[in-house]
Design a protein around this ligand. Structure first.
Ligand code: AMP
Length: 176
């Protein structure tokens, strides 16, 4: 494959250069993904991941963002804390409202429309896999780690998303 462009100031080379540039552009476009889903934990690092993901989308491609809220009863908050079911529900509802707003603000920075913003509840890796399958995503983009494990090589969510995904998965190296 020859991707050389002649930069000498010779008009005879102009059309050859134009076609070389067109060919490079076509190859770059063809290597982009038509449907990219970025999984965001809404932490300060989420922008690093989203920046990278946005660059992978083909010109007429679809760009989706997903955040998965874990149900409170799955994050250990037992009755020993004295919370009633109604109080749990209220906390969960407040978290949902807050996450929806944060996701909306982040999505707006990348032109990700409301119908392409997904706020789901459950186990993050399972929900991300299901969404990617249901929406026929070409690639899921995640951070190499998020809020939970700065010292880990690959975070636990990242690891779980990587294993069992039905499409490509890109783990973006988070800079500390
Ligand atoms: P972790 O493995 O938890 O350190 O997180 C690694 C990456 O997984 C994050 O940078 C996000 O891309 C993604 N991720 C983690 N938790 C969630 C979540 N609750 N919802 C969506 N994506 C998440």
């Amino acid at each position: 494959m020859n991707w050389t462009v002649d930069l000498t100031n010779d008009s005879a080379n102009d059309s050859a250069n134009d076609s070389a540039i067109d060919s490079i552009r076509e190859k770059v476009i063809m290597s982009a993904y038509n449907h990219v889903i970025v999984a965001v934990d809404l932490s300060a690092e989420a922008k690093q991941v989203t920046d990278r993901a946005a660059k992978l989308v083909a010109p007429d491609g679809r760009f989706c963002m997903v955040h998965v809220l874990q149900p409170l009863d799955s994050i250990y908050l037992g009755e020993s804390y004295g919370a009633t079911a109604a109080q749990f529900q209220k906390i969960q509802d407040d978290m949902m409202v807050q996450a929806k707003q944060t996701l909306k603000e982040l999505a707006a920075e990348y032109g990700c429309t409301e119908e392409n913003q997904y706020l789901l509840v459950g186990n993050p890796a399972k929900e991300i896999h299901k969404l990617a399958d249901d929406q026929s995503a070409d690639v899921v983009v995640i951070g190499s780690h998020g809020r939970h494990g700065l010292s880990l090589l690959l975070g636990s969510t990242a690891n779980s998303v990587l294993h069992g995904a039905g499409c490509d998965v890109l783990a973006v190296r988070i800079k500390e």
